[in-house]
Design a protein around this ligand. Structure first.
Ligand SMILES: [Zn+2]
Length: 119
């Protein structure tokens, strides 16, 4: 996988990916829960919905809204194994390693943090 900066630069060039934003409600949720708690949610979502080798509903496991991490997953192309393969060359049908999961969580948290700066 690419570095965070490389990944974000590529994502910003995608019209589809670049249009995702955290809503005020999402930001309020992040402030309320705190970054550590949100990171814990991200770890859980990635471990349960993205990491397994076989995901019956792959492509549909990440709602478009309802949690800041879901929004970030779409913005970062970490929403499903098809997108992970297309964007980051992570092969499907293999379990994600702990390190891969960590990188995804870090990217998601980095993107969420960026939503609080500027715009
Ligand atoms: Zn996807």
């Amino acid at each position: 996988m690419a570095t965070l900066e490389e990944a974000l630069l590529r994502l910003e060039k995608s019209q589809f990916r670049a249009k995702f934003r955290l809503s005020e409600k999402d930001k309020e949720y992040v402030r309320e829960k705190g970054r550590l708690e949100i990171k814990r949610h991200a770890e859980e979502f990635i471990a349960s919905r993205l990491a397994p080798a076989h995901i019956p509903n792959d492509g549909k496991q990440t709602p478009m809204r309802g949690h800041p991490v879901f929004v970030a997953q779409h913005a970062c192309a970490c929403c499903c194994r098809k997108c992970l393969e297309k964007w980051y060359k992570v092969p499907k049908d293999t379990e994600l390693t702990k390190i891969q999961q960590e990188k995804i969580v870090n990217l998601i948290m980095f993107w969420i943090e960026k939503q609080f700066s500027g715009s």
